[in-house]
Design a protein. Sequence first.
Length: 171
Amino acid sequence: MENFIEGIIFRSRWLLAPMYIGLVGGLLFLLVKFGQEFFHIMINILHTSEQEVVLSILALVDITLVANLLIMVIFSGYENFVSKIDVGDHVDRPDWMGKVNYSGLKLKLIGSIVAISAIDLLKAFMHQASSGVEHLDNTQMAWMVGIHITFIVSGVLFALMDKIAESVAKH
């Protein structure tokens, strides 16, 4: 009976596979939004101010960072929790693939979230400065800064916890 239950629990990891496939679909959605934003910049470039172009490019960077985040989650999550991705010694295989454990994934995720938050904050400040019209009130801007600082502090605490856990494991 114990072996049967353990077999079911072990095989249950495959329930995650459709979720990772769904995240691949999310990448396709991001590609569509990236293309839409890029096309919008391209057709309006001659009639757009420099600051608006910078804001639009920051939006492209933001979408790209989210896509990178998804790739990290898909590859690392699938390899850590479902099955190894067997692409052999393919020349395009990322060096980090198969080497990022849960702790490393956690730190990469929080780092990406901090970067995305920083870009959103920069976009908000630039939009405020370029338009002359108050896009967000002081309370909303304060919340954005506070949330960004919370992400930074969380990242530092995650790194510190991992360093402590690593040193405890060595002793």
